[in-house]
Design a protein around this ligand. Structure first.
Ligand code: NAP
Ligand code: MG
Length: 400
């Protein structure tokens, strides 16, 4: 069989531990036999990040800007324990944080739905994709403990030196605390554009919610920016595509999400996205079935799995054990990136291959062959737990 040819390279970001092992297996068993794979390879494994003083992470993000599509393996974010383990020069920052800062993107997370695994909310028959605005609010706050008898005020000094004051609270009768939050029009505009672009791209409705009735300036500004950008830049294209932008209050959104069947994107403010993405991921069953894509406001895509490097499995692998680590989200990172590359370069064979590979994954699982994490929650009667390698071989068998 002739291999599918590519014209533009994918930016390939290799990673760490068990996912690095799986990365190679996926390429060897599921990609290289079928595609004349063209990638620009960046090794974001912690050893190489350390050797290059983390320059490789920046270079990989710059390459993503150049080519437009990347696929990333999970990587270690160093903590104190990793310093001696990898003999690190510095506690390097999270690669995802570095890449996100350079691409100025929004992360969209969506579950992969398979037969035999029923979400905790059984009416959720389609994926709910969560988009989290990853800037500002409580994650970049300033906090103070306040003694009884103090008065707290907000003060803003403009560029001419004029000051505006607003009383926060007069702490006459008790001590307490205050918190200063901020966000930027520019960041919210980028978030809104990423969300609307991704909705068009995936042909799904998009919901956004805040607490604008209570927060009449702060949250209301989010609502206004979304509305302005939608009217000016997106309404016509949404109507053509047959999708909708829907705004509501956050509490109403939560109630509607629970009653829904899924199949839309839910754009969330930073804190809402933090909390709701964990809720949604848990309800769909397994972190190992959660995909993640970073989308920049100007349409650059970086695909990955939402889970980490599966460290505990890796230590067992190092002892020579065969592990039953789930490669599905990592496979979907590849199919997402290949499909997008195919779309951009007009290579339909690449898009078709991505569809076929995803079908082969789903068929393998619905045939009852799965990794341990899925077997633990699957309702199929004929299910069989296999190790990662066997699972990948079974997928490959269904691919030809
Ligand atoms: P993790 O790698 O997501 O794994 C946590 C646990 O979830 C695993 O021990 C395993 O449970 C289960 N799990 C996750 N993915 C699985 C898969 N594909 N198949 C089967 N089980 C899976 O999180 P972590 O252990 O907290 O973090 C490990 C490293 O990953 C850290 O260094 C962290 O910095 C990094 N990390 C990277 C990213 C990223 O690059 N995007 C994201 C998160 C974390 P059992 O052990 O019970 O089987
Ligand atoms: Mg969280």
């Amino acid at each position: 069989m002739e291999k599918i040819r590519m014209t533009t390279p994918l930016v390939e970001m290799d990673g760490d531990e068990m996912t690095r092992v799986i990365w190679k297996m996926i390429k060897d068993k599921l990609l290289l036999p079928f595609i004349d794979l063209k990638t620009e390879y960046y090794d974001l494994g912690l050893e190489h990040r350390n050797e290059t003083d983390d320059k490789v992470t920046v270079e990989s993000a710059e390459a993503t800007k150049k080519y437009g599509v990347a696929v990333k393996c999970a990587t270690i974010t160093p903590n104190a324990a990793r310093m001696p383990e990898y003999n690190l020069k510095e506690m390097w920052k999270s690669p995802n944080g570095t890449i996100r800062a350079i691409l100025d993107g929004t992360v969209f997370r969506a579950p992969i739905i398979v037969d035999g695994i029923t979400p905790y909310i059984p009416t959720w028959t389609k994926p709910i994709t969560i988009a989290r605005h990853a800037y500002g609010d409580v994650y970049k706050n300033t906090e103070l403990r306040v003694d009884q008898g103090s008065k707290a005020e907000l003060k803003v000094t403009d560029k001419e030196g004029n000051e505006t004051f607003e009383l926060i609270y007069d702490f006459e009768d008790s001590a307490g605390m205050i918190q200063g939050l901020h966000n930027k029009d520019k960041s919210i505009e980028g978030f809104a554009r990423s969300c609307f672009n991704y909705a068009l791209d995936t042909k799904q409705d998009i919901w956004f919610a805040s607490k604008d009735t209570i927060s009449k300036k702060y949250d209301h500004r989010f609502k206004d920016i979304f509305a302005e950008i939608f009217e000016k830049e997106y309404r016509a294209r949404f109507e053509e595509t047959g999708i909708e932008y829907f705004y509501t209050l956050i509490d109403d959104a939560v109630a509607r999400v629970i009653r829904s069947e899924g199949g839309y994107i839910w754009a969330c403010k930073n804190y809402d996205g933090d909390v709701m993405s964990d809720m949604v991921a848990t309800a769909y069953g397994s972190l190992a079935m959660m995909t993640s894509v970073l989308v920049s406001p100007d349409g650059i895509y970086e695909y990955e799995a939402a889970h980490g490097t599966v460290q505990r499995h890796y230590y067992r692998y190092l002892k020579g054990e065969k592990t039953s680590t789930n490669p599905v989200a990592t496979i979907y990172a590849w199919t997402g990136a290949l499909r997008k590359r195919g779309e951009l370069d007009g290579i339909s064979g690449l898009c078709e291959f991505a569809d076929k590979l995803e079908s082969a994954v789903l068929k393998t699982i619905s045939d009852g062959i799965m990794t341990g994490d899925l077997a633990a929650i699957s309702s199929l009667e004929n299910k069989q737990t296999v190790d990662t390698e066997t699972f990948l071989d079974e997928i490959a068998r269904r691919l030809v």
